[in-house]
Design a protein around this ligand. Sequence first.
Ligand code: H2U
Ligand code: ZN
Length: 351
Amino acid sequence: MANDDIHTPNDDRPHRRHNPLNGRHILVSPHRAKRPWLGQEDIPDKAVQPKHDPNCYLCPRNDRIGGETNPDYQSTYVFDNDFPAILEKNIATDKLLIENTDNISQELFKSQTITGVCKVICFSPDHSLTLPDLSHEAMCDVINSWCNESIALGQTYKWVQVFENKGAMMGCSNPHPHGQIWATDFLPDEAQIEDEKQKEYFKQHKRSMLLDVVEHEITANERIVFCNDDWAALVPYWAAWPFETLLLPRFAVTRLPELTQEQRQSLAQVMQKLTRCYDNLFGISFPYSMGWHGAPFDGSNGDAWQLHAHFYPPLLRSATVRKFMVGYEMMAEAQRDLTPEQAAERLRQCL
Ligand code: H2U
Ligand code: ZN
């Protein structure tokens, strides 16, 4: 950074903030927040869903496109994606992709053979619900499924990515409450960079970066949306998306399956409170992509790591006006007008 000032919440000078988890920067332009909007407005997704939709491939007892029939499941239900992006058994692709074997070609056109599995997790048999509507027990079932799948897939794969893509605006193909789990024998880029950054920090400070972040954020109390004894939901200092949040444990934990039953129960409360808060913000079922990051299953104790969840919602100023990551964002770096402090304040008003 050109100048290492810390910008205070009421400061409306343009500035850049640094994301220590991935090393990227975010340009903050608070003085622009009041500019008029004449761009695209999306149609809000307000359709009321039936409890069972005969045409839904995720509802109990219905046929999937892949030919299987879903069982009459009563809580969460996990199945292998019928259209997996990654294959469990794969053949080496290096010869297939690159015929040229001179040194320059090998350096410039690299590929690697990868294996993995893709699973779909139905959060509930009830087609009409979303995470904030689930009972506490059903939310605990979802969390237990995330933990159990992570531990099982972590036996074979280095990285287990648990995520939910919610809402048509995020490209989600079906309103039935569901998420996905992709496990791979390689560390994807986001995981790799967080791994490096947390290890660097741990080496220097002998503490995990995100444990320091949560403690400092609770003391500063400028970007906290809410906390309970175990968890804090906050808008990170370096948030790129307008209402992006980070869900952080207030205790040291490296991977999802290590959470105790009590910590899972308190997580269930926090997940529901945060997703309800999002729904209240613009009075709609709030679209987002969320996912969990924890230490890789690479045989290490993962002591540099702190488990956390990212929520990346696309909406900016109403149910119909979204933030586009285009132009300067694509060519240079992410930019925002609404400050993370203002976003946290808006979210707190929706609790
Ligand atoms: P979305 O979260 O993007 O809506 O994805 C739903 C997934 O469900 C998607 O990855 C899978 C798609 O491949 N699917 C099946 O596995 N079986 C089906 O019968 C339809 C969709
Ligand atoms: Zn359904």
